[in-house]
Design a protein around this ligand. Structure first.
Ligand SMILES: *Cc1c(COP(=O)(O)O)cnc(C)c1O
Length: 383
């Protein structure tokens, strides 16, 4: 199916009308087990739903197709996917290079869960290839872990260049593609070995489900991931898998609208006297603009900015919006605003991943752009 267009695959990959009753929408197979024809005689390959479930299979096939991957695995959350991957590729004494502005929960997994078991990690500025080269330890580094664009500073890492550095050192390249979604960027086509998703965000797209996924075309790694997915058991349940699958059907049109709206919001903020700096890869002034343009279809829906009057003014602005809801998370149809320093990134305060105190992060939704700009205008006007 990979020769078909993205939107076609989003709607048809892993999904076909039910052969029995013709239902066009995929079913939610709420079952834990499957009848067998005699001992060991599986009717359809399904045995027990931790190992596999038809609704989850549909999601795994669809996501794999969208990321141009041969194999897909769906999990109960993005962090469950990350944990399964780290246990599959890591071991005591192994080493991983991670972004110096990684998603806070990802950093916490490295620092508080895996590091105590002996997995070493080095945070590096992945926008600086020399910093990546300096952080990689040939023969010792198991993986280079990339987020691009990053959260919350929207840094852009050159996936193909980092793939070369990782592979030269014998390491895998893992890309967390949550912010871009498979519509805007397909890391496996740029040399990555594994793609990680928090499907909670753009893939689900409606702020109604928590989920995660791993995608790879490395057959041997896929076999081990399949084994660990079943052995650890952090799988996506059938209803959650169905919600993400439903979200994927409209991913292409949503990402176009998110990108349109974020471009307008970023342009407005860039001109605003109370805004000190805007972080959006679509702006010509963004240091990663050229790389983003080369590896992404468009620039996505996330915009961050620094408020000129400092931390208290940033916090106050977050409390004054009416359309933008003050909340963590991102990637849904509705616009959200948050203060990373006190909310999503509070867990990295005092570490090398600390974020600026005057930073505000927006997840720009798919409402009318004029209304979103007007809301930000009133929130920034006061005080
Ligand atoms: C949210 C997020 C995660 C974690 O995913 P959950 O679904 O919340 O477990 C990982 N990486 C990035 C970039 C995220 O935004």
């Amino acid at each position: 199916m990979t020769d078909q267009g993205f939107s076609t695959r989003a709607i048809h990959a892993g999904q076909r009308p039910d052969p029995g009753n013709g239902a066009v929408a995929p079913a939610i197979w709420a079952t834990s087990t499957y009848a067998q024809d005699g001992v060991g005689g599986l009717r359809s390959g399904y045995e027990y739903s931790r190992s596999a479930n038809p609704t989850r299979t549909a999601l795994e096939e669809c996501l794999a197709s969208l990321e141009q991957a041969d194999h897909g695995f769906a999990f109960a959350s993005g962090l469950a996917a990350e944990d399964t991957l780290l246990r599959t590729i890591g071991r005591p004494g192994a080493h991983v290079v991670i972004p110096d502005d990684a998603y806070g929960g990802t950093y916490r997994t490295f620092a508080r869960v895996h590091e105590p078991w002996g997995l070493g990690y080095t945070p590096a500025a992945l926008t600086d290839l020399d910093a990546v080269r300096a952080a990689v330890r040939p023969g010792e580094t198991t993986a280079v872990w990339v987020e691009t664009p990053t959260n919350p500073l929207l840094g852009v890492a050159d996936i193909a260049a980092i793939a070369d550095i990782a592979h030269a050192a014998g390491a895998l390249l893992v890309v967390d593609n949550t912010f871009a979604s498979p519509y805007l960027q397909q890391p496996l086509t740029l040399g990555a070995d594994v793609v990680v998703h928090s499907t909670t965000k753009y893939c689900g797209g409606h702020s109604d489900v928590v989920g995660g996924a791993l995608l790879t075309s490395d057959g041997e790694l896929a076999e081990r991931l399949r084994y660990f997915q079943n052995a650890i058991g952090g799988v996506a349940g059938p209803f959650d898998a169905w919600l993400v699958l439903r979200g994927l059907r409209t991913l292409a049109v949503r990402m176009e609208r998110h990108s349109d709206n974020a471009e307008q919001v970023a342009a407005f903020l860039a001109e605003h006297p109370r805004v000190a700096q805007v972080y959006y890869p679509g702006l010509d002034s963004h240091p990663g603009h050229a790389v983003a343009k080369a590896q992404m279809r468009r620039f996505g829906g996330m915009v961050s900015f620094r408020v000129a009057d400092g931390e208290e003014a940033a916090v106050a602005a977050c409390g004054r919006t009416e359309l933008f809801t003050l909340a963590e998370s991102l990637g849904g149809v509705e616009s959200l605003i948050e203060h990373p320093g006190r909310m999503t990134h509070a867990s990295v305060a005092g570490t090398e991943l600390e974020v600026p105190a005057d930073l505000v992060r927006l997840s720009v939704g798919i409402e009318d752009a004029d209304d979103l700009v007007a809301d930000l205008e009133q929130a920034l006007a006061v005080g």
